[in-house]
Design a protein around this ligand. Structure first.
Ligand code: SAM
Length: 319
């Protein structure tokens, strides 16, 4: 498997309080000085491209709350070797930024929306912001940040009714976007218990009961952990990312960089490499490149089956 994908969390702060991710709104924030500066992110990204990384995704916390995120996008888009530049957002701040992000060189956005119903959205995120997010989705499509993907995490007792799931899936019928159902991954004592996860096979059965059999999408979209399908004659697609009920470690091509500069080779491992410390200590370019190459060559040693699982916060890691 070639390792070509780096997810960069640009902040651990978020403007939502999703019950399964950041319910307290405070996952033990990093101090300002601990967070990677833009020039550090730019430098690390440049070094990674020399090691075969060509796909970058900005995430958070909420990446759009980081001051001058458009400026960062512009810097990263200009790095030779960055072929794909995308961002994952909750969409709250997207409407006024979508066109500027596109102009700065962003190619695509994934937008997290766990309910297409206003009351339920508010219950999950703590804020009555679904109309604002919906405007952001339309703006992203209009700006050409496509294909827009909607990420939805289904949690038992929260948004697992047939009505809620089919409303989310139904967005893919008339709009040219992919609605992806991501299995809930229990992460810590303040989020939802592991038993609250609904397997994607159940989500799919609910969708097929309403819309009929889903057909597999074969053309070029099926790399990465999502398996994509279509409702007959729909404008968009439906994807399933089944990290709990299946294992895709052997096809995992991603590394994660936390906002305080720790590189995580595997979401399920507590093992990290402190890149911020290395670059702030004045390490030579060769020393950093040697470490990155070693991390990449050893990535295959991690699987969720042999990794040490411990409490962690998705808003720190970036999803
Ligand atoms: N704030 C941005 C957003 O909402 O998309 C980016 C960060 S968020 C941590 C990235 C993704 O992780 C979102 O799609 C979110 O739904 C997902 N996520 C957060 N906690 C999760 C969990 N416990 N299990 C599965 N997915 C989770």
């Amino acid at each position: 498997m070639s390792i070509d994908y780096l997810r960069i969390s640009v902040t651990d702060r978020c403007n939502l309080r999703c019950v399964y991710c950041n319910p307290l709104g405070d996952c033990g924030f990093f101090e300002h000085g601990e967070i990677l500066r833009f020039e550090e992110i730019e430098r690390i990204t440049g070094l990674f491209t020399e090691c075969g990384i060509s796909k970058i995704r900005l995430t958070g916390g909420e990446p759009l709350v980081r001051k001058d995120i458009v400026g960062l996008v512009e810097k990263l888009a200009a790095i030779p070797g960055v072929d794909s530049l995308a961002l994952t957002t909750n969409g709250v701040l997207l409407e006024p930024l979508a066109a500027r992000l596109k102009d700065a060189g962003l190619q695509r956005v994934n937008i997290s929306v766990d309910s297409a119903q206003r009351d339920s959205y508010k219950r999950i995120t703590g804020f009555d912001l679904l109309p604002k997010v919906t405007k952001g989705i339309y703006k992203a499509i209009e700006a050409g940040l496509t294909p827009v993907k909607i990420n939805s995490v289904i949690i038992k007792g929260l948004n697992d009714s047939a009505e809620q799931i089919t409303a989310l899936a139904g967005m893919s019928i008339h709009l040219p976007l992919t609605v992806r159902f991501i299995e809930y991954c229990p992460t810590g004592k303040y989020t939802k218990p592991a038993s609250d996860y609904l397997p994607n096979k159940d989500v799919r059965a609910i969708i097929e009961r309403k819309y009929g059999p889903l057909s597999s999408v074969v053309e070029g979209h099926n790399h990465g952990p999502a398996l994509n399908f279509k409702v007959k004659d729909s404008a968009g697609a439906i994807g399933f990312i089944s990290g709990r009920s299946s294992t895709f470690c052997c096809s995992c091509n991603r590394l994660r960089l936390t906002s305080n500069g720790k590189l995580m080779p595997c979401l399920y491992s507590a093992h990290t490499y402190d890149l911020k410390k290395l670059i702030r200590s004045g390490a030579s370019e060769k020393a950093i490149l040697d470490l990155l190459k070693r991390i990449i060559s050893e990535k295959g040693n991690y699987t969720k089956l042999n990794s040490l699982k411990e409490d962690f916060s998705m808003c720190k890691v970036g999803g």
